[in-house]
Design a protein around this ligand. Structure first.
Ligand code: NDP
Length: 488
């Protein structure tokens, strides 16, 4: 797509500030044109059926897998994350794409349903049709894995997609869309529009059939409000304040390792990253010692990259300062850990529960650790949050029980973030974390419209939906239902 105004913006390497690419700022008219083109493409894409789409998605997947080092370099250039982390998100995205393409027919194809006794002369079935055009608004923290959580599932379900990447990672979006166009050259089934918030806002009102948004809860609310004007449905993945629980019988070494990785990897810029930890008092001291020991070995700039979004540095500093001013202590890091671009790991203890470091999404390499008398208190504190995205439990004997009691969309037991790598599991949140699901069968159905069909096989002996219905029929049905359902 060419820009009419010629307005462009630059993406930069957040580690150095060097310009790494120039991209068009697409106007509202151009976004509308992209959606109109997508509509034609969507008809063709839907007409291919599951097998035709799976074949083409496999071509795209092969390109992603073959050219992994190339795409990793683009991810690293725009986010600053280490090459190994760029590869990890790409590996997970490829696995999800494969799962979505492989399972679309089974999950969305025609399924028989029981017609019930009264309508036993009918064959009942449901199938899931594509919505048409899906608009995907993506974030910068995992610029491949996160948007592909919507894009791959929307495409596998038979939709065309118009993708607006974050202004911080337009080059990654460009790369993905170009690789798709090479694999599927016939029609613009996956298009890219770039720019700032206004371009994303234009996408929500451009006539798409659904918006899949990942980002902050504040922007998610704006997206939902503007989508409401046209009753356009939305799926919102809006971050979290994820807790990790450590029970008295937990493997402390593994729990400490998961805490350190879950809190600091990707510089803490992970929607389902570990932000707060609740530890049984019997193992609190031993656990904290282990976390401190491990956290001291994690280096900003080596194990993780810079803060991708410069303004996030101020949020992290404020949360640390607030915690320290209110009686919290930094066992590792502290306010001196916050540099201009990089933030060193910070472990905070004794932080009051109403501090911003405990209540608000920090999205930085910090973690709070609190002592609890028992796991009931841990559950209560973990659930006392406006967010409800992910959670982690370390417990040898009560993992499942504690997981079920956590009011989050997904819980990992005895390992960090494992749910995010399992393509068959739905992913999403509640409350300020948003709603709707990506990944898994639920993720495919999020981008599909259920179509119910009841086909009559033979004329029923008892005709209920006809003016020819007799008094005798009414009496028989009345008696039948009273007999079937009235015994209690
Ligand atoms: P935003 O929610 O502002 O941005 C997310 C996406 O929405 C970007 O593509 C952005 O475009 C776009 N956008 C911005 N305004 C609008 C609008 N009015 N209508 C439609 N789309 C819009 O997040 P930020 O990147 O500013 O990050 C802020 C905070 O959000 C972080 O500190 C973090 O707490 C949280 N966050 C959570 C993420 C998650 O994984 N859940 C991911 C990213 C951030 P553009 O970038 O061009 O402004």
């Amino acid at each position: 797509m060419t820009t009419l105004t010629g307005e462009t913006f630059e993406s930069v390497d957040p580690a150095t500030g060097a310009v790494v690419g120039t991209h068009p700022v697409h106007t509202a008219d151009q976004v509308e044109a992209a959606v109109a083109a997508a509509r034609d493409a969507a008809d063709w894409w839907a007409s291919l059926g599951f097998a035709g789409r799976a074949e083409r998605l496999a071509r795209w997947r092969a390109a992603l897998a073959r050219r992994m080092p190339e795409l990793c370099r683009v991810i690293t250039a725009e986010t600053g994350k280490p090459a190994g982390d760029a590869q990890l998100e790409l590996v997970l995205a490829i696995e999800h794409l494969a799962w979505a393409a492989k399972h679309a027919r089974k999950e969305l194809g025609p399924q028989r349903r029981a017609p019930g006794m009264l309508l036993a002369n009918q064959v009942a079935s449901v199938e899931y049709h594509p919505l048409g055009v899906v608009g995907v608004i993506g974030p910068w923290n995992y610029p491949v894995y996160t948007p592909l959580g919507s894009i791959s599932y929307a495409l596998a379900a038979g939709n065309a997609v118009v993708f607006k990447p974050s202004e911080y990672t337009p080059g990654v979006g460009r790369w993905l869309a170009d690789a798709f166009a090479e694999a599927v050259p016939e029609h613009p089934v996956l298009q890219l529009v770039t720019g700032f918030g206004a371009t994303g806002a234009a996408l929500t009102t451009a006539g798409v059939d659904k918006i899949a948004f990942t980002g902050s809860a504040a922007t998610g609310k704006k997206v939902m409000a503007s989508a409401a004007e046209t009753l356009t449905p939305v799926v919102i993945e809006a971050g979290g304040k994820d807790p990790l629980l450590v029970d008295a019988d937990a493997d402390l070494e593994a729990a400490a390792d998961a805490t350190v990785w879950g809190a600091f990897s990707n510089a803490g810029q992970t929607c389902a990253g570990v932000e707060r930890v609740y530890v049984h008092e019997r193992v609190y001291d031993a656990f904290v010692d282990k976390v401190v020991d491990k956290a001291r070995k994690v280096e900003a700039g080596e194990h993780y990259g810079p803060m991708t979004m410069p303004s996030q540095v101020d949020v992290v500093r404020k949360h640390i300062d607030d915690a320290l001013a209110r009686g919290g202590r930094a066992l590792v890091g502290g306010n001196g850990a916050v540099g201009e671009r990089f933030v060193r790991p910070t472990v905070l203890v004794d932080v009051p529960e109403d501090c911003s470091a405990v209540r608000e999404e920090t999205f930085g390499p910090t973690v709070t650790i609190a002592k609890v008398a028992d796991m009931d208190e841990a559950i209560e504190k973990a659930n006392d949050s406006p967010y409800g995205l992910g959670s982690t439990v370390f417990s040898k004997s009560r993992g499942m029980e504690l997981a079920r009691r956590l009011r989050t969309g997904q819980t990992a037991i005895n390992a960090p973030l494992s749910f995010a790598g399992i393509a068959s599991l739905p992913f999403g949140g509640s409350g300020e974390s948003g709603f709707g699901r990506i990944h898994g069968p639920e993720g495919l159905r999020e981008f599909a419209r259920p179509k119910s069909i009841a086909r009559q096989r033979f004329t029923a002996p008892i005709a209920l939906t006809s003016f020819a219905r007799s008094k005798r029929t009414e009496a028989i049905v009345g008696k039948l239902i009273a007999k079937l359902h009235g015994k209690r």
